[in-house]
Design a protein. Sequence first.
Length: 458
Amino acid sequence: MDPDEHRRVLRLAAPLMPGPVVTIQGEPEDRLHQTRQGLKAHQAMLGATLAHEGWMAEVDYLGPHPRGGWQMLAVVPEQSVAKPLLRWLAYQAHIVQAAGVELVEVGVFTLNPGYCRGQRLEPARLFQLQTVTSAVAHASREMAEGLGRFAAAASRLAPDPESAAASSALPLGPHCEDGGDCPFKPRCWREHLPEHNVFHLYQLNRAKAFKLYQEGWAALHLLPRSLRTPRREAQLYAIQTRRPYVDRPALRQFLARLEYPLHCLDFETVSAAVPWMPGLQSFNLIPVQFSLTHVKAPNAAPEHETFLLAGQSDPRLPILDRLKAGLGRRGSILAYNAPFEQMVLGGLVRGQPAEESWYQSLAPRWVDLLEPFKNFYCYYAGQKGSCSLKDVLPAVTGKGYEDLAIQDGQQATRAWLRLIFDRLPDEESARLRLELKAYCRRDTEALVWLVQALQALV
């Protein structure tokens, strides 16, 4: 759960809580003290903080229940109560009850999937309250044992010589990734696995990978013959020869489809929990930025243009107008995982016959630069089984995103949500916009660099 999104929905839902309430704030010890005082006074609290045996939980709402005991309520930027959410609630309920608080009801405010925002946001209609007392009680019974196992693992990973030595005996398994990556995963996997390992194997599911690891096949070059497909052989070739594997006939055929001028396109989109414009529902996908890099001819210098949302205005029509001019009438339109860009652009023209006709006219011009990497027209050992742009770019070109303040899509999304929802000082807003512009531009520069690298291979 993104903490900023959680903070935003909690702020909106706070007036819906049974009141009156006090807000617990300050340093951890201050919050613990304020919560103890609130419990003694039977006071409803936002941000109640309790601890037990070194574990701490901060609860969105804790208040007296009309029938006696206490009610715990959570607010989440989600539309349903899934298993990871139940685990989070079970953890909180376990700590609250272990600290001596009698919980008689647990509820969660989720987002109403049927709510469509009008001119004004209506929190009472945006949220829906679900009671999850029984489900949380069932999950919390397993929580004490799980926390005990986690504490034991953490103690063995403590940064002292004896514990560091002991950590080498910790087995890897599905628990490393169950419910999200364990915070100790990077350290454990560095200790247990070679650089090129079975978890990088193309199209091998995690369960099979863990089984091979447990059977002693951790190193990729030890892969049993029975599991060696042509694409996996390509991986082994690149690792063993330290040269890229290249299927030159397939790569030549792909590159022959490119028609100059090239138009390299990348969108940044926002899928916000809280509808931020009239007519939106939670998690509607809205483009807020694009980068378009043009290459007029082979070896020509790239030319860039970009668009960024201003304020909370509707960006869809301005983006469409800019792209109709920028994409012109000829030349290949390059994207990495092009179906995403096609989906976003298709959403902009939906319901407008003239614009839909223009969009359909683009169909023969699309070229997906993911194709040569997904289909193993070439493979570099540095990809480590991945065809994600963030892995392919440094493996193929030696360039990456490390020099940028924003280095991946999640960071870009968080920055955009801050710009849309948070009242930032002008200086910070300007800084974020420059960082977003640089990040999105890097995505389309990357396409130019990859085309150049692929052309050099043939």
